[in-house]
Every structure is written in structure tokens, then in C-alpha cells.
Design a protein around this ligand. Structure first.
Ligand code: AMP
Length: 216
């Protein structure tokens, strides 16, 4: 099953995508995670992407699309995947449709995780991310057992460079402009389902698993 998760930054998309992926045994593909790995490894892609990311702007399509199409060539994607952070634009959605069409595949389900602005800002400003495994924590809502240490792998936690109030406002604005057209794009194709993510993480995950079961 090929699933796209859409949702504003802070809707809990990253955490939910990882948990859904392990529940239904599909690879979780996050373009933000892949880009961050490239930035921290100072790869040629990372060096090109870094300034865009720090400003909260979108990284140019050709860089991200190239990176995604390489990832989709890996054999674990043959049974499907959960895409998180891609597509961000109609042009990316069309590119993705093209890549899948060449494999006689298509997107089966698009889940829109909806969240209010207040919840979003509160979630993002408290977010902590593991340097090694990428797991997410929250200073108040989901604190790690040991201060700034990942519960899963013991590596150090950090705050993302783009998780500050100034950048969040920009990311939310960019996101809202882009997402409305994507919502229409997938709604027209009868792929779109919306789930509220203002509530507890376990309930949101339950709703997603039920939805995947109903669509499968
Ligand atoms: P995310 O982790 O999805 O919030 O992404 C973090 C940052 O990575 C974004 O603010 C963009 O700068 C960049 N990024 C991630 N995915 C994409 C994409 N599909 N297109 C362009 N830029 C992206």
C-alpha cells in the first residue's frame, strides 16, 4: 500500500508516520529526515539544501525529487511505503504520479493530519529530536526518561535549527499556501481522508490504522 501523510509542521506527522510504518510494516520515507542526514553529513546535496532549510523555505524541486526517486528504487518499497514530507507542491505530486506510473503503481491513500495553529506552535517549540535514530520527543508532552538523551538508542537529543517561533510562522505560511492545492489535487482523485491530530497520539494512530484497514 502506498500512502502519503500530509499535515502542517507540528501535526505530529513525523511521529505518527514512524509508528504507523512499524504497525503496518511499511518503510517510512521522510524527505526532511533524508535532507537533514545529508546536511549533517555535509554531502553535496546537504550543502545545497542547508540554507533553504534553515530559512524554512522549500528546497528546490530538482534536488528533492532526484533524492526521492533514488530512495524509491530501493527494494523495500516494492510492498509500498509511507511518504512523509513529499509531495509539498502540485509539481511534486505530478512527478510522484509519473514515477509510480512507470512502475504501474499509484498512490492508494492520502491521510491529512489536521491540527490547530495553537497546538502546532506548542508542539514545535518543545520538540526534541534524536541525532542518531531521528526519534521525536517533547519537552512537556513526551519527555525523554533522561535529560536530552534518546530513550530508544541512548544518543543525544537536539532541537532542530528550524524549530524556532520565527521559522515556524514562515513554515506554516508556506505550508498553508501549498497544502490547499494538494488537498484539492488528491480530493479530486478520491484519495484524501482527513484525521484530527489535536488529540492524544495513541488515538490518532488508532484512527489511522482503522482507516488503512478500511481502504486496503
Ligand atoms: P520536514 O521535516 O518535512 O518539516 O522538512 C524540513 C525542511 O526540509 C523543510 O522546511 C524544507 O526546507 C525541506 N523539505 C522537506 N521535504 C521537502 C520537499 N518535499 N520539497 C522541498 N523541501 C523539502
Amino acid at each position: 500500500m502506498r500512502i502519503i501523510l500530509l499535515g502542517p509542521p507540528g501535526a505530529g506527522k513525523g511521529t505518527q508516520a514512524k509508528q504507523l510504518a512499524s504497525k503496518i510494516d511499511l518503510p517510512h520515507i521522510s524527505t526532511g529526515d533524508i535532507l537533514r542526514k545529508n546536511v549533517s553529513g555535509s554531502t553535496p546535496l546537504g550543502l545545497k539544501a542547508k540554507d533553504f532549510m534553515n530559512k524554512g523555505a522549500l528546497v528546490p524541486d530538482e534536488l528533492v525529487t532526484q533524492m526521492l526517486s533514488e530512495r524509491l528504487k530501493e527494494p523495500d518499497t516494492s510492498k509500498g511505503f509511507i511518504l512523509d514530507g513529499y509531495p509539498r507542491t502540485i509539481s511534486q505530486a505530478e512527478t510522484l504520479d509519473g514515477i509510480l506510473k512507470s512502475r504501474s503503481e499509484e498512490i492508494d491513500l492520502v491521510i491529512y493530519l489536521d491540527a490547530s495553529d495553537k497546538v502546532i506552535v506548542q508542539r514545535i517549540t518543545g520538540r526534541l529530536v534524536c541525532k542518531k535514530c531521528g526519534a521525536n520527543f517533547h519537552i512537556k508532552n513526551m519527555p525523554p526518561k533522561r535529560d536530552m538523551i534518546c530513550d530508544n538508542c541512548g544518543a543525544e537529543l537536539y532541537r532542530r535549527a528550524d524549530d524556532n517561533e520565527e521559522t515556524i510562522k514562515n513554515r506554516l505560511e508556506v505550508y498553508k499556501k501549498e497544502v490547499s492545492s494538494l488537498i484539492r489535487y488528491y480530493d479530486r482523485r478520491k484519495k484524501l481522508y482527513s484525521i484530527s491530530s489535536d488529540g492524544k497520539a495513541e488515538d490518532v494512530l488508532d484512527d489511522m490504522v482503522k482507516l488503512v484497514g478500511a481502504v486496503a
